[in-house]
Write a new protein. Structure first.
Length: 134
């Protein structure tokens, strides 16, 4: 799924930084969540995509990082709303549960959708305040 997404997103004009892995061998997903979130928290890039079997492990690992709002999305609707309402900055996909074509459409929507602000900003501020509890 990763190779397919990278190729298609590049064709669409997105800058893609592939942080690995580069083989089908088993890896520890938190290592890759750490690589991506280190960049996203600096704003370069502003958004990221993580992939594991279900997307859940990656989302758990990524959400441990201050400033990261990672969401597992299985539909374009979820991707749109998590950007519009939650200002999610990391999309997590599951290669075992989401087909490649569907994953591409979800990623396209995630990358193209902005944060609505307004009433959602107050809620996001409350979510950000929770980070201080760590």
């Amino acid at each position: 799924m990763k190779a397919e997404l990278v190729a298609e997103l590049k064709k669409l004009g997105h800058e893609v930084n592939d942080l690995g892995p580069d083989s089908p061998a088993s890896v520890d997903y938190p290592d890759y969540a750490a690589k991506l979130t280190a960049l996203v928290t600096k704003g370069t890039p502003a958004l990221g995509i993580l992939i594991c079997g279900t997307g859940i492990g990656m989302s758990i690992a990524a959400n441990k990082v201050h400033g990261i709002r990672a969401a597992v999305c299985r539909t374009e609707y979820e991707a749109r709303l998590t950007r519009m309402h939650n200002d999610a900055n990391v999309l997590c996909l599951g290669s075992r549960v989401t087909g490649g074509g569907v994953a591409l459409e979800i990623a396209k929507v995630f990358l193209a959708t902005g944060f609505d602000g307004g009433r959602h900003q107050a809620r996001l501020d409350k979510v950000k305040a929770l980070e201080a509890l760590r």
